[in-house]
Design a protein around this ligand. Structure first.
Ligand SMILES: Cc1cc2nc3c(=O)[nH]c(=O)nc-3n(C[C@H](O)[C@H](O)[C@H](O)COP(=O)(O)OP(=O)(O)OC[C@H]3O[C@@H](n4cnc5c(N)ncnc54)[C@H](O)[C@@H]3O)c2cc1C
Length: 464
């Protein structure tokens, strides 16, 4: 008989790893109320002894964090943009910091200057939780975490999910079925590459998207090539820096002047004194307004100050030219492209489009298939999920990551949002039920606590 998994996680990126952690850890230290701390202190040992962790499988064509690794390697990114408290270990927010200390690698934590006078009063700021980890540290930490958490890894691409709550069959491209009671989709990027329409006539050999095959074509940046980088966010800046390192002549063209910001959403979303208010306000809004809220919060892309300093230095030395405006094509030659910038024709050997992705889940074959078999509304390219991140009428088919943006918020696709999303899933599955603190409204909530706060009743939400 084929084995049945309690949980099948599709996608082995940070989202899949965070989901695995949330499924297998009995609780999260940073989420416990005072009462729960007491309960944990009294029953944890027994609970841990008696507890049989759920049988979890993780499915991905690559290995753990293979997409993340390829992207960071292709762009030669040294530091994460997110703080060291944002990582996939759901048991303890401090564990990446502790990993750095234990392995004597605190020099791989960068004080990027994000802690201003206001944030300095937060204890976690003093502990260094707002510093940025190096990517090497982060990846090794994730490798260590994946090795510790019990699971089976299955290599393959999932093409469909069929069946019902408690009885799903997840099909791989080669036809292999996987049986699971619960399925969590952690698929990453929510849609296709965004391309400025004006560049449509440019042939493939003269232009590529920075994320094409996780940055595989970035190795074409070499020699004295004249390169046009298009985009106004951090990726465009990272591509421009890479091209400069490879001795290219670079023009960085963005629609509007580059904006400086430490994180890709404002610090207040990370500040626990204010973050709940922002999330609560977000959930108050109807779906269409949430979409606008996400766009407004993320802006059109921004660049951390320490990158901006390097960009300004490169500009001052004459190695880089930053321009603002819409890209306008003038002529396509066999081996070069003429682009009109500021009314002047500039010739480039290569164009790198670093405009990110369009939100359109229907672009992903698995999402398209799910929309066919279990239709659900799509708003602004994102599927409308339940408040507990469930797909359609299912109670045990969940979505985390960027695709869950309408129910998680503007940081859904980032490490911080992933942490919140998998907590919602663990609560919806009642995995934290043994900790229940029935005396308080919050203690009674099963899934998404921000949505539950919206209600004036304190009734329990449905559990599975
Ligand atoms: C250059 C770059 C730098 C970034 N830096 C940061 C940062 O510093 N901090 C931060 O918080 N965020 C950062 N981000 C955002 C980042 O992408 C996310 O934080 C993170 O990768 C999201 O994890 P994920 O698991 O949702 O998606 P991914 O990392 O994209 O992983 C998704 C996985 O799902 C798999 N998958 C997809 N479809 C299927 C299928 N049908 N079957 C099986 N497997 C499937 C893929 O193979 C992939 O391995 C960065 C993004 C980029 C592009």
């Amino acid at each position: 008989m084929r084995e049945t998994f309690d949980v099948c996680i599709v996608g082995a990126g940070p989202g899949g790893l965070a989901a695995l952690s949330a499924m297998t850890e009995p609780y999260s230290l940073d989420q416990l109320s005072r009462d729960q701390w007491n309960r944990v202190a009294h029953v944890d040992l027994k609970h841990r002894k008696d507890r049989i962790p759920p049988k979890v499988c993780v499915v991905d064509p690559g290995g753990w964090l293979s997409t993340w690794h390829a992207r960071f390697k292709a762009l030669q990114i040294q530091w994460l943009r997110s703080p060291v408290g944002a990582h996939p270990d759901i048991f303890d927010m401090h564990s990446l910091l502790a990993f750095a200390t234990r392995t004597e690698r605190c020099d791989e934590l960068l004080d990027s200057g994000a802690v201003n006078a206001d944030l300095r009063s937060l204890p976690e700021a003093g502990q260094g939780l707002w510093n940025l980890p190096s990517n090497e540290l982060f990846e090794q930490f994730c490798g260590d975490l994946a090795a510790r958490l019990p699971h089976s890894f299955i290599h393959g691409e999932v093409t469909s999910v069929e069946g019902d709550d408690g009885d799903f069959t997840v099909f791989l491209k080669d036809g292999q079925p996987i049986l699971a009671q619960t399925v969590i989709l952690a698929l990453g990027v929510p849609g296709p590459a965004a391309f400025p329409g004006a560049l449509a006539p440019v042939p493939e050999h003269l232009m590529f998207h920075s994320d094409f095959e996780c940055g595989a074509r970035l190795q074409e940046l070499s020699g004295k090539k004249r390169v046009l980088v298009i985009g106004g966010g951090l990726t465009a800046v990272q591509v421009a820096q890479l091209a400069l390192k490879k001795d290219c002549e670079v023009v960085l063209l963005s629609r509007r002047p580059l904006t400086t910001r430490h994180f890709d959403i404002g610090e207040r979303w990370f500040d626990r004194r204010r973050a709940n208010v922002h999330h609560y306000e977000f959930f108050q809004k109807p779906m269409e307004e949430r979409l606008e809220h996400i766009k407004a919060t993320r802006g059109g892309g921004s660049v951390p100050p320490f990158y901006m300093k390097e960009i300004r230095e490169a500009e001052a030395s004459g190695r880089l030219v930053c321009k603002q405006g819409e890209v306008q094509l003038s002529h396509v030659w066999a081996e070069a492209v003429d682009v009109l910038i500021d009314g002047q024709v500039n010739r480039f050997d290569l164009i790198v489009n670093a405009c990110g992705h369009r939100a359109d889940g229907r672009h992903l074959p698995l999402v398209r298939e799910l929309l066919r078999t279990a239709p659900t509304e799509v708003v602004g390219g994102f599927p409308v999920l339940s408040q507990d991140l469930q797909w359609g009428d299912f109670k045990q088919l969940f979505v985390v990551g960027a695709l869950a943006s309408l129910q998680v918020g503007p940081d859904a696709g980032n490490l911080m949002g992933l942490r919140r999303a998998v907590q919602i899933v663990a609560n919806a599955l009642s995995l934290r039920a043994w900790l229940k603190d029935t005396k308080t409204v919050l203690g009674n909530i099963c899934g998404n606590r921000f949505q539950a706060l919206d209600s004036d009743s304190d009734s329990e939400c449905e559990s599975v």
